[in-house]
Design a protein around this ligand. Structure first.
Ligand code: NAD
Length: 261
């Protein structure tokens, strides 16, 4: 259990934060990791550091909202390693604002990265998985915001809820090919994405940064603790390595009890 020997794993947004840790943990478990990220230099650096640590990794420059780049990026992985076994659709951003102040451009940008990106990467990887009929795992990076709402996060909450629908549909269409689809729903993890939000929310709500962390971000956890990249990566490993369709179409929340399913 929990080995990925020889499995080709495409992880989007893997140059930073949660995606980077998933890529490292997959490589330690024997996976061949494709670091797919908008930021080519950072993706190359992440792949090089995994190789330095003895793992197998390649970088692919990919804006997940660009159909051509997704098609070419997945094709590059298949050309190098012959297949895709695991996709982690993880690339994401956050933009916080009141609905009445949200620009249409920001709304569309956020939905495109989270939803269009997940669709495009799913389509390309699933095409390969269905063709080979050797099964596969597709994992979406949802959020506690796949289940709950928070002020200032309308497009993010909308997108993260949407990923549940995509995963459930992929679970049904992929089943006959042994492809499982699940969503991981983390609570707050201290990555660049969250570090940026702390001062933004302090400004919006007129409170201190400490209060944002204590009274907003971690308020409803059972112990006032942040979730870590390791917590999320370990769940991502379990989902990638799980061998049967028994575990599909689910969301697994990793949030120190913030949301309990
Ligand atoms: P991060 O900012 O550390 O990393 C995000 C990565 O995505 C970056 O490397 C960035 O270059 C890449 N990216 C952004 N737009 C892209 C695009 N169009 N195409 C390809 N790559 C792109 O963020 P993170 O906190 O590690 O977040 C990763 C995922 O986890 C996101 O989907 C996020 O919504 C989700 N998430 C994060 C938290 C948290 O608290 N950090 C909680 C729940 C869910």
């Amino acid at each position: 259990m929990n080995r990925l020997d020889g499995k080709v794993c495409v992880v989007t947004g893997a140059a930073s934060g949660i995606g980077l840790r998933i890529a490292e943990v997959y490589a330690q478990a024997g996976g061949r990791v494709v670091i797919a990220d908008l930021r080519q230099d950072a993706a190359e650096a992440a792949a090089a550091s995994i190789r330095d640590a003895g793992g197998e990794a390649m970088a692919v420059a990919m804006d997940v909202t660009d159909e051509r780049q997704v098609i070419d990026g997945v094709a590059k992985a298949v050309a190098a390693w012959g297949k895709v076994d695991v996709l982690v659709a993880n690339a994401g951003i956050q933009i916080v604002n009141r609905i009445t102040d949200f620009s249409y451009a920001d709304w569309k940008k956020l939905l495109a990265i989270h939803l269009d990106g997940s669709f495009l990467t799913t389509r390309e990887c699933l095409r390969d998985m269905e063709k080979r009929r050797e099964g596969g795992a597709i994992i979406y990076m949802g959020s506690v915001h796949s289940h709950l709402a928070s002020k200032l996060k309308a497009p993010y909450v909308t997108a993260k809820h949407g990923l549940l629908g995509l995963a459930r549909t992929v679970a049904k269409e992929g089943a006959e090919y042994g492809v499982r689809a699940n969503v991981i729903c983390p609570g707050f993890v201290r990555t660049p994405l969250v570090e940026k939000q702390i001062p933004e929310q302090a400004r919006e709500f007129g409170i201190s940064e400490d209060e944002v962390v204590k009274n907003i971000m971690l308020k409803d956890t059972v112990d006032g603790e942040f979730t870590t990249v390791d917590d999320v990566a370990n769940v991502a490993l379990m989902l990638a390595a799980f061998e049967t369709n028994a575990l599909t179409g689910q969301s697994i929340t990793v949030s120190h009890g913030w949301f309990m399913q």
